[in-house]
Write a protein that binds this ligand. Sequence first.
Ligand code: ADP
Ligand code: MG
Length: 258
Amino acid sequence: MNKSIAFTGKGGVGKTTCLILFLKFLIENKKDYRILVIDADPDANIADVIGKKIHFKDTIAGKMTNLRIKIEKNILYPYKDKKQAMEAEIFNCFLHVEAFDVIEMGRTEGEGCYCSVNNVLKNALDIISENYDLVLVDTPAGLEHFARKTGKDVSDLMIIVDPSKMAFHTLKRILEISKEVSLKFKNYWVLGNRFSTDNKEILIKKLNFLDKVEIKLLGFIPEDKEIMNYNLFAKNLLNLSNENPAYKSVKEIFKKFI
Ligand SMILES: Nc1ncnc2c1ncn2[C@@H]1O[C@H](COP(=O)(O)OP(=O)(O)O)[C@@H](O)[C@H]1O
Ligand SMILES: [Mg+2]
C-alpha cells in the first residue's frame, strides 16, 4: 500500500465531504488505483453521502455482535476457533462500489465489544489494506481514538478545519494528543473548508503559532451552496458537477497527492 490518510477534525467541519470529494478526484484521475474507504465514525455516513445503504448487520460491529451470539451458543462451525471466525467475518464486510470498496465499522452495542476484537480487527485491516494503493479513513469526531492509538498505521493525517474557534481548538488538541501518546504520522496536513478569501489569513496566522509538529497547509475549499444542497436532497456527492467551484479547489489541492 502506498498511503493511508485519516480525515479528522471537529464534528461537522466537513471530514466526510472532503474525503468524498478527494475520492471523486481519484476515481476520475487515477482509474488504476485500488481504493479502500474505511468509515470508522460510529455515526457513519459515507454510504449515505454516495447514495448507498449499509445495514448494521453488514458493518464490522454488526458482524461482531452476530458472532458473539454464535460464540455464546457455542456454534462456531465452520470455523475452528474464535479468531478464525472473526477474521472471516471481517473479510466479509465489503461494500463494492465500481471503483472502490467501503468498510463500515458501525456502532458497537454494549460496552467492551471492540476491546475483545481490536487486535484481530487491526491485523485483519492491515492485511486487507495491503491489497490497496490508497486507504482513506473517515474518523469519529472525538479525540478518544487518538488516545487509543487506533490511527497507528495511518501515514497521513488530514486535519479539516472550518473558520470557527472550536475547529482551531480541536486542531490544537489533535496535535497535542498525538504528541502526548507518541503517535507519529508521516505527514500532518491541514485543510481549510468553508473559507472565504477574507478569513484565510486567520488560519495561516494561527498555523504559524503551532510549530510543535511539522504541519503543512494543503489549501482551502470555499463554502458552496451546491454541496449543501447535495446533502439536503440526499444526492450522491460523487456526481457533483466537475465545474463546481469547491470541487475545482479540491482538484488543485489534491493534485499534490497523486
Ligand atoms: N465546503 C462546503 N460548502 C457547503 N457545505 C459544506 C461544505 N463542506 C461541508 N458542508 C456541509 O456541512 C455538513 C457537515 O459536513 P460533513 O462532511 O458531514 O462533516 P463531518 O464529516 O466533519 O461531520 C454537511 O451538510 C455538508 O454538506
Ligand atoms: Mg462525517
